[in-house]
Design a protein around this ligand. Structure first.
Ligand SMILES: [Fe+2]
Ligand SMILES: [Fe+2]
Length: 171
């Protein structure tokens, strides 16, 4: 059964939202490099790649359901933040917004009695729980060290270890 136009449009919007997330994290990665936090910049770069994979997953699903996948534009992300903590706080706030978007999509799928899409979206529901919790863990660590250079150095070293494969979520 082909996807409804309403569901297709909403998923196409989510593809653009995932690209925005990717771009936001790439902008954060650039800022973290400029703030001499190469480990945190690496962490954000891995996050950027994950968001690209989310966009692709949804794009593929729309095509698979005989929908018309559309590549839409999105706004430019901010480029400046006040501190590494501010970067991760902004990422956490952003992930909460994305969770609300995913929840809206699930509601729409239910309304449309589109069980295939509802099931497909479950992966994203789980992914959001994990993304919120991993970003929030970094926010809490950064709050603990209260901007101390030593503390930030230790956190940066830890974040530098993240690779696409070591990310707990599946790509
Ligand atoms: Fe995402
Ligand atoms: Fe995300």
């Amino acid at each position: 059964m082909a996807i409804s136009e309403k569901m297709q449009d909403a998923l196409n919007d989510q593809v653009a939202a995932e690209f925005y997330s990717a771009y936001l994290y790439l902008a954060m990665s650039a800022w973290l490099h400029s703030a001499d936090m190469p480990g945190a910049a690496n962490w954000m770069f891995v996050q950027y790649r994950e968001e690209l994979s989310h966009a692709e997953k949804i794009f593929d699903f729309v095509v698979e359901r005989e929908g018309r996948a559309l590549v839409k534009g999105f706004d430019a992300p901010p480029v400046e933040w006040d501190s590494p903590l501010a970067v991760f706080e902004a990422a956490y706030e952003h992930e909460k917004k994305v969770t609300a978007m995913i929840n809206e999509l699930v509601s729409l799928a239910r309304e449309e009695k589109d069980y295939a899409t509802e099931f497909f979206l479950q992966w994203f529901v789980t992914e959001q729980v994990e993304e919120e919790s991993s970003v929030n863990a970094i926010v809490q660590q950064m709050k603990l060290v209260q901007g101390s250079k030593n503390g930030l150095y230790m956190i940066d070293r830890e974040l530098g270890k993240r690779t696409p494969a070591s990310a707990t979520s599946e790509e």
